[in-house]
Design a protein around this ligand. Structure first.
Ligand code: ADP
Ligand code: MG
Length: 241
Protein backbone atom coordinates (compact mmCIF):
# COMPACT_ATOMS: atom_id res chain seq x y z
CA UNK A 1 0.00 0.00 0.00
CA UNK A 2 2.72 2.46 1.05
CA UNK A 3 6.18 2.36 -0.48
CA UNK A 4 8.87 4.78 0.61
CA UNK A 5 12.00 4.51 -1.53
CA UNK A 6 15.31 6.16 -0.57
CA UNK A 7 13.46 9.12 0.88
CA UNK A 8 15.27 12.05 2.42
CA UNK A 9 14.03 15.39 3.65
CA UNK A 10 15.71 18.71 4.37
CA UNK A 11 14.34 21.84 6.04
CA UNK A 12 16.33 24.47 4.16
CA UNK A 13 19.72 22.73 4.13
CA UNK A 14 19.29 20.76 7.35
CA UNK A 15 18.77 17.06 6.75
CA UNK A 16 16.09 15.66 9.08
CA UNK A 17 15.36 12.35 7.34
CA UNK A 18 17.87 10.18 5.51
CA UNK A 19 17.69 7.03 3.38
CA UNK A 20 14.24 5.93 4.44
CA UNK A 21 13.07 2.71 2.82
CA UNK A 22 9.80 1.39 4.19
CA UNK A 23 6.88 -0.61 2.81
CA UNK A 24 3.63 -0.76 4.73
CA UNK A 25 0.89 -3.21 3.80
CA UNK A 26 -2.82 -2.60 4.09
CA UNK A 27 -4.12 -3.51 7.54
CA UNK A 28 -0.82 -3.12 9.40
CA UNK A 29 -0.51 -1.33 12.74
CA UNK A 30 2.88 0.37 12.85
CA UNK A 31 4.41 2.42 15.66
CA UNK A 32 7.09 5.06 15.16
CA UNK A 33 9.40 5.58 18.11
CA UNK A 34 12.61 7.54 18.65
CA UNK A 35 14.03 10.52 20.52
CA UNK A 36 12.72 14.08 20.09
CA UNK A 37 13.76 15.60 16.81
CA UNK A 38 14.58 12.25 15.18
CA UNK A 39 12.16 12.88 12.31
CA UNK A 40 8.96 11.01 13.26
CA UNK A 41 6.59 13.92 12.66
CA UNK A 42 8.40 14.80 9.45
CA UNK A 43 7.95 11.23 8.23
CA UNK A 44 4.23 11.29 9.06
CA UNK A 45 3.76 14.63 7.27
CA UNK A 46 5.45 13.16 4.20
CA UNK A 47 3.07 10.19 4.27
CA UNK A 48 0.14 12.58 4.42
CA UNK A 49 1.38 14.81 1.60
CA UNK A 50 1.70 17.91 3.80
CA UNK A 51 5.37 18.15 2.85
CA UNK A 52 7.28 16.46 0.03
CA UNK A 53 10.53 14.56 0.09
CA UNK A 54 13.61 16.37 -1.14
CA UNK A 55 14.99 13.01 -2.24
CA UNK A 56 13.54 9.63 -3.23
CA UNK A 57 9.96 8.61 -3.98
CA UNK A 58 6.68 7.85 -2.22
CA UNK A 59 4.10 5.52 -3.76
CA UNK A 60 0.57 5.03 -2.43
CA UNK A 61 -1.30 2.11 -4.01
CA UNK A 62 1.38 2.08 -6.75
CA UNK A 63 0.85 5.73 -7.59
CA UNK A 64 3.61 8.23 -7.00
CA UNK A 65 2.60 10.97 -4.56
CA UNK A 66 4.28 14.29 -5.19
CA UNK A 67 3.59 18.01 -5.14
CA UNK A 68 2.42 18.19 -8.74
CA UNK A 69 -0.10 15.34 -8.25
CA UNK A 70 -1.54 16.86 -5.08
CA UNK A 71 -1.93 20.25 -6.76
CA UNK A 72 -4.64 18.56 -8.82
CA UNK A 73 -7.65 19.15 -6.58
CA UNK A 74 -9.61 15.99 -7.49
CA UNK A 75 -6.54 13.80 -6.92
CA UNK A 76 -5.81 15.66 -3.69
CA UNK A 77 -9.36 15.07 -2.40
CA UNK A 78 -9.23 11.40 -3.27
CA UNK A 79 -5.85 10.97 -1.57
CA UNK A 80 -6.95 12.78 1.60
CA UNK A 81 -10.10 10.69 1.72
CA UNK A 82 -7.92 7.57 1.83
CA UNK A 83 -5.21 8.85 4.17
CA UNK A 84 -6.32 10.64 7.34
CA UNK A 85 -3.96 12.56 9.60
CA UNK A 86 -4.50 13.41 13.26
CA UNK A 87 -2.11 16.24 14.14
CA UNK A 88 -0.11 16.23 17.36
CA UNK A 89 -1.54 19.65 18.17
CA UNK A 90 -5.35 19.49 17.97
CA UNK A 91 -5.56 23.29 17.82
CA UNK A 92 -3.86 23.10 14.42
CA UNK A 93 -6.67 20.84 13.22
CA UNK A 94 -9.86 22.35 14.67
CA UNK A 95 -11.25 25.55 13.20
CA UNK A 96 -15.07 25.30 13.02
CA UNK A 97 -17.59 27.04 15.28
CA UNK A 98 -18.93 23.84 16.82
CA UNK A 99 -18.11 20.15 17.06
CA UNK A 100 -20.86 19.03 14.69
CA UNK A 101 -19.62 21.41 11.96
CA UNK A 102 -16.06 20.30 12.57
CA UNK A 103 -16.88 16.65 11.89
CA UNK A 104 -19.19 17.55 8.98
CA UNK A 105 -16.52 19.65 7.27
CA UNK A 106 -14.64 16.82 5.54
CA UNK A 107 -17.70 14.94 4.23
CA UNK A 108 -19.14 18.24 2.93
CA UNK A 109 -15.85 19.03 1.19
CA UNK A 110 -16.14 15.65 -0.52
CA UNK A 111 -19.53 16.69 -1.86
CA UNK A 112 -21.70 14.29 0.17
CA UNK A 113 -25.37 15.16 0.57
CA UNK A 114 -26.58 16.43 3.96
CA UNK A 115 -28.28 13.14 4.86
CA UNK A 116 -25.01 11.24 4.37
CA UNK A 117 -23.09 14.00 6.18
CA UNK A 118 -25.45 13.79 9.16
CA UNK A 119 -25.18 10.02 9.29
CA UNK A 120 -21.39 10.15 9.28
CA UNK A 121 -21.25 12.88 11.92
CA UNK A 122 -23.62 10.96 14.21
CA UNK A 123 -21.69 7.70 13.71
CA UNK A 124 -18.40 9.40 14.56
CA UNK A 125 -19.83 11.27 17.56
CA UNK A 126 -20.99 7.90 18.89
CA UNK A 127 -17.73 6.10 18.07
CA UNK A 128 -15.69 8.69 19.97
CA UNK A 129 -18.31 8.90 22.75
CA UNK A 130 -18.64 12.68 22.34
CA UNK A 131 -22.35 13.02 21.47
CA UNK A 132 -22.82 15.46 24.36
CA UNK A 133 -20.16 17.76 22.89
CA UNK A 134 -21.78 18.24 19.51
CA UNK A 135 -22.88 21.86 20.06
CA UNK A 136 -19.75 22.95 21.92
CA UNK A 137 -17.05 25.22 20.52
CA UNK A 138 -13.99 23.07 19.80
CA UNK A 139 -11.76 25.91 21.01
CA UNK A 140 -13.10 25.63 24.58
CA UNK A 141 -12.77 21.88 24.99
CA UNK A 142 -10.15 20.08 27.09
CA UNK A 143 -7.11 18.56 25.38
CA UNK A 144 -8.59 15.07 25.53
CA UNK A 145 -11.94 16.23 24.17
CA UNK A 146 -10.23 18.12 21.33
CA UNK A 147 -8.29 15.00 20.42
CA UNK A 148 -11.51 12.98 20.20
CA UNK A 149 -13.11 15.63 18.00
CA UNK A 150 -10.04 15.72 15.73
CA UNK A 151 -10.11 11.93 15.40
CA UNK A 152 -13.87 11.97 14.72
CA UNK A 153 -13.35 14.60 12.01
CA UNK A 154 -10.72 12.44 10.34
CA UNK A 155 -12.76 9.22 10.65
CA UNK A 156 -15.80 10.93 9.12
CA UNK A 157 -14.12 10.43 5.74
CA UNK A 158 -13.71 6.73 6.49
CA UNK A 159 -10.01 6.71 5.52
CA UNK A 160 -8.15 3.50 4.72
CA UNK A 161 -5.06 4.72 6.55
CA UNK A 162 -5.14 6.51 9.86
CA UNK A 163 -1.97 8.42 10.73
CA UNK A 164 -1.64 9.78 14.26
CA UNK A 165 1.16 11.94 15.63
CA UNK A 166 1.64 11.33 19.37
CA UNK A 167 -2.11 10.99 20.04
CA UNK A 168 -1.60 10.08 23.71
CA UNK A 169 0.23 13.35 24.50
CA UNK A 170 -1.45 15.39 27.21
CA UNK A 171 -4.39 12.99 27.52
CA UNK A 172 -5.54 11.67 30.91
CA UNK A 173 -5.33 7.92 31.67
CA UNK A 174 -9.01 7.27 30.95
CA UNK A 175 -8.66 9.06 27.61
CA UNK A 176 -5.54 7.07 26.77
CA UNK A 177 -7.29 3.78 27.53
CA UNK A 178 -10.19 4.86 25.33
CA UNK A 179 -7.84 5.76 22.46
CA UNK A 180 -6.00 2.47 22.80
CA UNK A 181 -9.24 0.48 22.56
CA UNK A 182 -10.35 2.59 19.61
CA UNK A 183 -7.10 2.05 17.70
CA UNK A 184 -7.28 -1.70 18.30
CA UNK A 185 -10.90 -1.72 17.10
CA UNK A 186 -10.14 0.36 13.99
CA UNK A 187 -7.21 -1.85 13.06
CA UNK A 188 -9.31 -4.98 13.60
CA UNK A 189 -11.88 -3.50 11.21
CA UNK A 190 -9.16 -3.33 8.53
CA UNK A 191 -7.77 0.17 8.83
CA UNK A 192 -4.04 0.66 8.52
CA UNK A 193 -2.69 2.51 11.56
CA UNK A 194 0.58 4.44 11.60
CA UNK A 195 1.31 6.24 14.84
CA UNK A 196 4.21 7.91 16.59
CA UNK A 197 4.32 7.48 20.34
CA UNK A 198 6.38 7.73 23.53
CA UNK A 199 3.64 6.33 25.66
CA UNK A 200 4.59 2.65 25.77
CA UNK A 201 2.51 1.88 28.83
CA UNK A 202 -0.78 2.82 27.18
CA UNK A 203 -0.31 1.46 23.67
CA UNK A 204 0.18 -2.18 24.58
CA UNK A 205 -1.49 -4.54 22.13
CA UNK A 206 -2.04 -1.99 19.35
CA UNK A 207 1.07 -2.48 17.22
CA UNK A 208 2.64 -5.49 15.54
CA UNK A 209 5.54 -3.55 14.04
CA UNK A 210 7.77 -0.66 15.01
CA UNK A 211 10.03 1.70 13.06
CA UNK A 212 12.76 3.11 15.27
CA UNK A 213 14.12 6.55 14.35
CA UNK A 214 17.55 7.61 15.62
CA UNK A 215 19.12 10.92 16.55
CA UNK A 216 20.91 10.69 13.18
CA UNK A 217 17.52 10.82 11.39
CA UNK A 218 17.63 7.33 9.96
CA UNK A 219 15.48 4.29 10.70
CA UNK A 220 17.75 2.05 12.73
CA UNK A 221 15.30 -0.79 13.30
CA UNK A 222 12.17 -2.12 11.62
CA UNK A 223 10.99 -5.00 13.74
CA UNK A 224 8.30 -6.69 15.80
CA UNK A 225 6.89 -4.14 18.27
CA UNK A 226 6.92 -6.38 21.36
CA UNK A 227 10.47 -7.58 20.70
CA UNK A 228 11.80 -4.00 20.48
CA UNK A 229 9.82 -2.71 23.46
CA UNK A 230 11.27 -5.49 25.61
CA UNK A 231 14.83 -4.82 24.40
CA UNK A 232 15.67 -2.50 27.26
CA UNK A 233 19.37 -2.02 26.50
CA UNK A 234 18.56 -1.08 22.87
CA UNK A 235 15.99 1.48 24.03
CA UNK A 236 18.33 3.00 26.61
CA UNK A 237 21.28 3.10 24.18
CA UNK A 238 19.20 4.97 21.66
CA UNK A 239 17.73 7.53 24.06
CA UNK A 240 14.21 6.12 23.82
CA UNK A 241 13.89 4.93 27.41
P1 ADP B 1 10.16 14.19 16.02
O1 ADP B 1 8.73 14.17 15.60
O2 ADP B 1 10.83 12.85 15.95
O3 ADP B 1 10.36 14.82 17.36
P2 ADP B 1 10.44 16.12 13.88
O4 ADP B 1 10.15 15.42 12.62
O5 ADP B 1 9.41 17.02 14.43
O6 ADP B 1 10.97 15.09 14.98
O7 ADP B 1 11.74 17.01 13.65
C1 ADP B 1 12.91 16.55 13.03
C2 ADP B 1 13.91 17.69 12.95
O8 ADP B 1 13.41 18.67 12.05
C3 ADP B 1 14.14 18.40 14.27
O9 ADP B 1 15.50 18.70 14.36
C4 ADP B 1 13.32 19.66 14.14
O10 ADP B 1 13.89 20.71 14.88
C5 ADP B 1 13.38 19.94 12.65
N1 ADP B 1 12.19 20.66 12.17
C6 ADP B 1 10.90 20.27 12.32
N2 ADP B 1 10.06 21.15 11.73
C7 ADP B 1 10.84 22.11 11.18
C8 ADP B 1 10.58 23.30 10.43
N3 ADP B 1 9.34 23.65 10.11
N4 ADP B 1 11.65 24.04 10.05
C9 ADP B 1 12.91 23.68 10.36
N5 ADP B 1 13.22 22.57 11.05
C10 ADP B 1 12.21 21.80 11.46
MG1 MG C 1 7.08 14.70 16.59
Amino acid sequence: MIQIKDVGFKYKDVEVLKNVNVNIEEGEAVALIGPNGSGKSTFLKLLNGIIFSTQGKYFFNNEEINKVKLENSSFCKLFHKKVGFVFQNSDAQLFCSNVYEEIAFGPRQMGMDEQEVDKRVCDCLRLLDIEDLKDREPYNLSGGEKKRVAIAAVLALNPEVLILDEPMNAIDPKGKKFLRELMIKLNASGKTIICSTHDFEYVEGIFKRVLVFSENHIIIRDDNYDVVINDNSFLVENNIK
